[in-house]
Design a protein around this ligand. Structure first.
Ligand code: MG
Length: 218
């Protein structure tokens, strides 16, 4: 079973579901030719797709454009359903940085056919996560920077201020659809700058100074 690991702690949370938000930064929605949504666009990843910093992203052989999407990841610590703002805020107990690896060419074909994004988003190693920092130890700032480097070059860089839906709004909304349980994760969407990676590339992602990960594409 995959777990969410806590920075500087032996504490671990078994990961339940992983809910992902699409198109949560307007510049990224535009770069892929999508409308800015009125409600968060949601999809799921299986917990079995998780790998950690130091791991290897296995490039699936049924797609040619494997894209990086760096994202703020939320760790949920409570069982909640139909949460109000205060309950949503309280249920978020930690933060990390993650990569929502996406087969863009496959996703574009699926979109055209009106099919689910499973093949593009849910393959093994498609969810890379850092260790999490607990909210009780660190309060995330609104202007916290999210950054991704490929082979040492910055490819994505933005602050959390650019999010269309903030973490509390995301949790409130998702909890109106499905129950959250302790150990669930939320990938909160990616800023502009998504791009293709190749086998051999080294990816480094950072959330401010509090969370980071390094991995390689094979
Ligand atoms: Mg994403």
């Amino acid at each position: 079973m995959k777990t969410a690991r806590i920075k500087n702690s032996i504490e671990e949370f078994p990961i339940g579901k992983i809910v992902c938000v699409g198109r949560n930064y307007s510049e990224h929605a535009k770069e892929l030719g999508n409308e800015v949504p009125e409600k968060p666009v949601l999809f799921l990843k299986p917990a079995s797709a998780v790998i950690y910093s130091g791991g290897e992203i296995i490039h699936p052989d049924y797609g040619n454009e494997l894209h990086h999407e760096v994202e703020l990841v939320l760790l949920i610590g409570d069982s909640i359903k139909n949460a109000d703002k205060a309950q949503a805020e309280k249920a978020i107990i930690g933060y990390g940085v993650g990569l929502d690896m996406t087969l863009r060419d496959v996703q574009n074909e699926l979109k055209k056919k009106g099919n689910p994004w499973t093949l593009a988003k849910c393959f093994d190693t498609s969810a890379v996560i850092s260790d999490f920092i607990l909210k009780k130890d660190y309060q995330l700032k609104p202007d916290e920077k999210l950054e991704l480097k490929v082979n040492g070059t910055v490819k994505q860089s933005d602050t959390l201020k650019s999010m269309i839906f903030n973490p509390t709004e995301i949790v409130e909304y998702i909890s109106s659809v499905m129950k959250f349980e302790k150990g669930d994760l939320i990938f909160t969407g990616t800023p502009a700058g998504v791009n293709k990676v190749n086998r051999g590339d080294k990816l480094e992602a950072k959330l401010g100074e509090v969370a980071e990960l390094i991995c390689k594409v094979i």
